[in-house]
Write a protein that binds this ligand. Structure first.
Ligand SMILES: Cc1cc2nc3c(=O)[nH]c(=O)nc-3n(C[C@H](O)[C@H](O)[C@H](O)COP(=O)(O)OP(=O)(O)OC[C@H]3O[C@@H](n4cnc5c(N)ncnc54)[C@H](O)[C@@H]3O)c2cc1C
Length: 334
């Protein structure tokens, strides 16, 4: 016979109402400071308080969802003397439609942002669906994915191709930066001491724009990208490519635009000849490295082949030409 498990009253069971009341009282918009022997935590009550706290101690570590920073502690065994929370700042947890586009605040998680981003850019929604796991997307923020400056983060290439603009704040000073200009070199971003990301703004795609994003990873789900290519082509009414914004992750030390590839596409009709020229041009854009995720050869090959995939999905003269796709597959880009 099973015996009922009898445990001494858990404090969460015995004092539920009192604890709820105390927790609600904490959400009064006031900044909370917690100090201990191992360090200090600042929970700013609003964005102004965050700006003040970070300017006062630019050496502090900003933490949003902690899906990256948490690993510095649990895997890297680092101690963080002063942590300032971004993720709990209420006025940064906002998604707004502004005249400049969709504005996603620094505390907005991938789960919270997914629907709004996917409504604008369906392929970006699919990329978000494959970021980490449900738990990672529930905690990890869109702006934390930018803040970590990783060359293989999934958000930055997608947002760069979409023409996103970063909103930065240092004390009372605000500035805007095209997202691609934020990434200066490996581990180095255009961010002054005490400056933080307030939001990222994704402009509404212009009429005639097709947007695609392709994540290539060893496992389909729950894996970091080997290569991620994001493409925004805007067509003239006569079928010419008016503008091309193409960005890759995993191909350089930072998320990077494919300037030569874009130039090869601009003003051209989207034909196989244009595709070939763009693939040739791409060789000048990137010199990827080999690492545990893939070889340099694989990255170059895949990046070129993603252009073929883009062509197959979007070229007006492509419809029905199945045999040509077979031909392209044989001519792998090497
Ligand atoms: C199991 C697992 C799977 C993952 N899978 C993926 C994946 O598939 N694709 C992917 O791209 N990433 C993945 N990641 C990485 C991570 O989840 C993302 O980079 C996430 O978006 C980071 O957001 P965060 O809010 O957790 O950032 P945090 O960990 O809080 O911060 C990350 C960095 O950004 C800085 N930062 C945070 N907010 C700001 C701000 N407002 N201003 C300036 N700097 C700031 C922090 O100081 C830190 O350097 C994975 C992580 C884990 C643990």
């Amino acid at each position: 016979m099973k015996q009922a498990l009898s445990l001494p009253g858990d404090v969460l069971d015995t004092q539920t109402e009192a604890i709820k009341t105390r927790l609600k009282a904490l959400a009064d918009g006031q900044t909370v400071e917690i100090s201990g022997q191992e360090g200090r935590l600042t929970l700013p009550g609003n964005a102004d308080a965050l700006a003040t706290a970070y300017q006062a101690d630019p050496q502090a570590t900003l933490v949003a969802g902690a899906t990256d920073v948490g690993l510095w502690v649990t895997k890297g065994l680092r101690t963080l003397p002063h942590v300032i929370s971004v993720g709990l700042v209420p006025d940064l947890r906002t998604i707004e439609y502004t005249p400049d586009g969709l504005r996603i605040g620094a505390a907005v998680t991938y789960t919270q942002a997914k629907e709004a981003i996917a409504a604008m850019l369906p392929d970006a929604g699919e990329v978000i669906r494959r970021i980490g796991s449900t738990q990672v997307r529930n905690a990890g923020t869109v702006c934390g994915n930018i803040g970590n400056g990783s060359p293989i983060g999934d958000g930055p290439p997608v947002l760069i191709a979409a023409g996103a603009v970063l909103k930065l704040r240092c004390g009372e000073a605000h500035r805007s930066l095209p997202l691609e200009e934020y990434f200066l070199a490996y581990g180095k971003q255009d961010r002054k001491p005490g400056e933080f990301i307030e939001a990222v703004v994704i402009p509404q795609p212009q009429p005639g724009t097709v947007f695609r994003a392709y994540k290539i990873s060893k496992r389909f789900d729950q894996d970091i990208s080997a290569v991620l290519g994001a493409f925004a082509l805007t067509f003239e009414t006569d079928g010419r490519i008016a503008s091309a914004r193409i960005a890759f992750g995993g191909m350089a030390a930072t998320p990077k635009r494919a300037a030569a590839t874009e130039a090869a596409l601009q003003g051209q009709f989207w034909t196989e000849a244009t595709l070939r020229a763009a693939q040739d041009a791409m060789k000048a854009d990137f010199e990827p490295i080999s690492d545990m995720r893939s070889s340099a050869w694989y990255r170059q090959t895949v990046a070129g082949n993603l252009l073929t995939r883009l062509f197959a999905e979007t070229a007006p003269d492509y419809a029905g030409a199945e045999t040509r796709l077979a031909g392209w597959k044989e001519q792998a880009y090497v």
